[in-house]
Ligand binder design. Sequence first.
Ligand code: CA
Length: 228
Amino acid sequence: MAKETILVVEDEEDIRELLKYNLEKEGYQIFGAATGEEALQAVRRRRPDLILLDLMLPGIDGLEVCRRIKGDPQARDLPIIMLTAKGEETDIVTGLELGADDYVTKPFSPRVLVARLRAALRRRSQPLPPQTAPLKTDELVIHPGRHEVLLQGQPIPLTVTEFRLLHLLARKPGWVFTRTKIVDEIHGEDYPVSDRSIDVQIVSLRKKLGGFGSRIETIRGIGYRFKD
Ligand code: CA
């Protein structure tokens, strides 16, 4: 099987080399870009399987690179993992809303980075289950058609919004959803859903799910994720 190729976009050479070293050891083929311009060229010419994208770049910055890739029908399916610094929550949220798949905060542990990268590549090759198909994740079963949730075989009474919220997150385990993205996807009909009301819904949903509720992870300053 051909090696999967990863484009590493990072202006700091020592970090780029460190990434290259760690990822080559894992069996990936790596090529690097030091600027946003180089990154966009490399995407067109070399068609990587995934991009590791530093946000702080000279010239065209990482968010703009992300915007252009996700706006290009030829390239928009390309998974992007952002490399960010601590305290860049606003940029992370913007990047996720532009369509980036995930992010890793510097300084990163190579082990965590490789796990995220594997997960993003795996999600890319596995089509999402259809909206209407029942979802089964260990103890939990979600029947979209029947609007029914079973936890260890016991039905859990959920409101329409709670149900949609759980289904949205559980359908894409491992994905980080920003509040805005959640609001866009679940459009409450029982009452208008706002960014902040999502937090309230999550609290109530977790309570109803008991111990299983901890599977819904809060990502501080960013949003929520259903743990893989
Ligand atoms: Ca940088």
